[in-house]
Design a protein around this ligand. Sequence first.
Ligand SMILES: Cc1cc2nc3c(=O)[nH]c(=O)nc-3n(C[C@H](O)[C@H](O)[C@H](O)COP(=O)(O)O)c2cc1C
Length: 197
Amino acid sequence: MNEVLKNIYERRSVRSYKDQAPKDEELKEIVKAGTFAPNGTNAQGLRFVVISDSALLKKYSMLAKELFVATIKKQVEKVPADKAEGMNRMMRTLSNPDFNIFYDAPTLILVLANPSCLTPVEDGSVAAENMMLAAWSMGIGSCWIGFANPLQHSPEFMAEVGIPPDHKLIAPIIFGYPKKAQSNGNRNEPEILKWIH
Ligand SMILES: Cc1cc2nc3c(=O)[nH]c(=O)nc-3n(C[C@H](O)[C@H](O)[C@H](O)COP(=O)(O)O)c2cc1C
């Protein structure tokens, strides 16, 4: 199998990290790989914030959990019972003070879209995958942390990490050297609805 396919098939989300942080040069390479992703009209409006301060990451984990729980609490009464069960489970996980949504990873990179992006979600998402694959090829694990999304609704957070208020947070991704061997990452067979020749 060629190296690109091998990297795609072997990448897994990593949730347990060594203390050793990736080098700045490695992180720069990962960010650069993100900028080489396809993007709508080639507007190149993605911006990045790199945070490698563990005390700050703990603080932001706490803040994100608080914001996430507050949002779920508002929604849980309006959804059907089966969905509410999942939301309640999520709320219990996020209410655990020992749960760090960033899994004690040494580095968090935020992928942001500025207003020049015509397709901010698409641009940020393809960049994110480029970054995670680039990292994996360098022996660096990653995990997209959707639990961090609510941070963009905190003006204090946005100001503290230097994000202009008109920027959208698309992908918060942690990076670091994996501590544990990863699972195989089972996938269902692709469902090709129709193949028209
Ligand atoms: C939009 C998005 C949000 C995610 N949020 C989280 C998260 O908050 N916490 C987490 O542990 N994993 C998160 N993940 C990782 C997924 O759980 C993971 O990609 C999925 O289980 C497949 O596993 P794999 O990445 O190892 O192939 C997220 C992934 C995506 C694409």
